[in-house]
Every structure is written in structure tokens, then in C-alpha cells.
Design a protein around this ligand. Structure first.
Ligand code: G3P
Ligand code: CA
Length: 237
């Protein structure tokens, strides 16, 4: 079972910052999950919410701000350190030459960010990131469908916060070959059925040893964790 660092190593560092992503690499994460938004001037930035209010010392919607405005705020306030909001390009730079998977969660479930899918695919292509190193995911499955049309060779994963009727057929319709379910909302039987149908399952976010063992036993492809060192220390081979 692989470990994906949820927003980087967010248990020890400010989420979605270069320090948190660097810590994930240093801890030997198999994947790094990052949340992608688009600025007013069309730049792709990594931050969880659609506003900067919770995680920085600033205020406002990302869609209303330019990259240079966003770069002026401190994204390290939750740990009383100084961090800038990173760009996707910086994360790509960090991971260049490694085999770590970048799970780019496209945050179009509240803001739509028209054109974000094309910009994402252009960035991956222009930076020549190997396609096997990218997994796109989103709670907005229309975004996944658009990404799949633009880049059929890049894996898409349906993000789910609740059960969904006829999920296997739904994934086929969207073009997704993986499901990222909330840990609490999918039964063992449902996970096994998805795996039988050839879908990769990666539950988010595992915070207990009980869940680590549960998903290891089920043979899921990966789990999202907030602390890679913790996950490794508590995993049985
Ligand atoms: O991608 C898994 C997980 O990150 C989705 O939920 O709210 O942490 O972005 P959230
Ligand atoms: Ca996320």
C-alpha cells in the first residue's frame, strides 16, 4: 500500500506549502496531494480553500487576486512560520527527477475557474512531466471529464464525499480509472467491488492505526495521510 502526503506533510508543516511538500519527499512519500486554484491573472496556485482567509494572514477570493498579490501574504500562519503560497510550477520543480506521484486536486467545486483544465494540461505538457507521475482528481466531475478529453493519457480519479449510485458505470462515463473516497463513507464490500472492476481505490484521509490496517488488508492502491512518518511507523508489511 502506498502513502500519499495529504496537502504535503500537513500534520507537521503548514498545508500546501513548499516546506510541507519537501517534507513529504524527504519522508519517502509515494505521492503528494496538492489543491489547485487559479488566480485572476490565470496562474495555478496551491492552496486548499477558495479564499485565503483560513490559511494566511490575508483575506479575499483567489479568483479576485493576482499571483503577485497572493505572494505577498503569509501562508505559514497556522504554524507561526513564514511561507508563500506556492505555484504548481514550484511543485513540479521540486519533484523533477523523482518518481513521486503528483495528485493534483482541481478545486472547481466552489469556484469554477473557467479554463483551468486547459491551463493544467498545458503546464504538464510544457514542463514535460511524465504522465505516469500525474493523477488529476476533483469533487467536480465535469472538470474530470474535461481533463480526460484534453489529456486522455493522464489518470483521473473521482473524489467522493458520499456514496454514489452505480459508481463503476459512473467512472466509465467520466473517464476515471480511480476512486478517492472519504474513509468513512465506503464499506469494505464496496471497495472490493471497485477493485474487482479494475478501479484503483485511494481513501482519504487515514488518521488511525485501525484504518491503516483496514486498508492494508483490503489491498487498496494508496491512502492519503497527514503524516508520512506516522503512517510508515504504524504499518505492518
Ligand atoms: O484528495 C483527497 C482530499 O484532499 C479531499 O478533501 O478537503 O482535504 O481537499 P480535502
Ligand atoms: Ca485536497
Amino acid at each position: 500500500m502506498r502513502f500519499f502526503a495529504h496537502r504535503g506533510v500537513m500534520a507537521r508543516h503548514p498545508e500546501n506549502t513548499m516546506t510541507a511538500f519537501r517534507a513529504a519527499l524527504e519522508a519517502g512519500a509515494d505521492g503528494i496531494e496538492a489543491d489547485v486554484h487559479m488566480t485572476k491573472d490565470g496562474k495555478l496556485v496551491l492552496i486548499h480553500d477558495e479564499t485565503i482567509d483560513r490559511t494566511t494572514d490575508g483575506q479575499g477570493r483567489i479568483a479576485d487576486m493576482t499571483l503577485s498579490e497572493l505572494r505577498a501574504v503569509n501562508a505559514g500562519v497556522t504554524f507561526a512560520v513564514h511561507e508563500q503560497i506556492p505555484t504548481l510550477d514550484e511543485l513540479i520543480d521540486l519533484c523533477q527527477g523523482t518518481s513521486v506521484v503528483l495528485n493534483l486536486e482541481v478545486k472547481t467545486d466552489i469556484e469554477r475557474y473557467p479554463g483551468i483544465e486547459q491551463r493544467l494540461v498545458d503546464t504538464i505538457r510544457n514542463r514535460r512531466v511524465p504522465v505516469e507521475q500525474i493523477v488529476f482528481s476533483s469533487f467536480n466531475h465535469a472538470t474530470l471529464k474535461r481533463l480526460k478529453r484534453l489529456a486522455p493519457d493522464i489518470e483521473c480519479a473521482v473524489l467522493l464525499a458520499q456514496p454514489l449510485y452505480d459508481l463503476v458505470a459512473y467512472c466509465a462515463k467520466v473517464g476515471a480509472t480511480a476512486v478517492h473516497p472519504n474513509v468513512r463513507t465506503m464499506t469494505d464490500e464496496e471497495i472490493l467491488q471497485l477493485q474487482t472492476e479494475g478501479l484503483a481505490v485511494r481513501p482519504y484521509t487515514v488518521k488511525t492505526v485501525h484504518d491503516l490496517e483496514r486498508f492494508r488488508r483490503l489491498g487498496v492502491d494508496a491512502v492519503f495521510v497527514n503524516d508520512i512518518d506516522w503512517a510508515k511507523a504504524h504499518s505492518t508489511p
